[in-house]
Design a protein. Structure first.
Length: 116
């Protein structure tokens, strides 16, 4: 069984930065793709970016501002968010893909609020 726990969310002013962490347990972490998603109030959950053996990939809305990294020794993946905008507000989730396809395991989410 995989457990994912996000942390690092909070309230920040526009233009500020936050770093989210996602700690994983229960599987050999380094083998799997890890993704970040977010859900704004009243909207569907959307893809933010992911990190796989091929590298990192980002949604156009965050490209150049967000970056994903991982520390396999700590079983942790990070989402560094810079130049935050009010439209980045939402609950941020990390997810794990055992197959490199669908994300089967999800964390509980962490709230990010960006004030204007």
């Amino acid at each position: 069984q995989v457990q994912l726990v996000e942390s690092g969310g909070g309230l920040v002013q526009a233009g500020g930065s936050l770093r989210l962490s996602c700690a994983a347990s229960g599987r050999t972490f380094s083998r799997y793709a890890m993704g970040w998603f977010r859900q704004a109030p009243g909207k569907e959950r959307e893809f933010v970016g992911d990190i796989t053996r091929r590298g990192t990939y980002y949604a156009d809305s965050v490209k150049g501002r967000f970056s994903i990294s991982r520390d396999n020794a700590k079983n942790t993946v990070y989402l560094q968010m810079n130049s935050l905008k009010p439209e980045d507000t939402g609950i941020y989730y990390c997810a794990l893909s055992p197959s490199g396809g669908a994300y089967d395991y999800w964390g509980q989410g962490t709230q990010v609020t960006v004030s204007s």
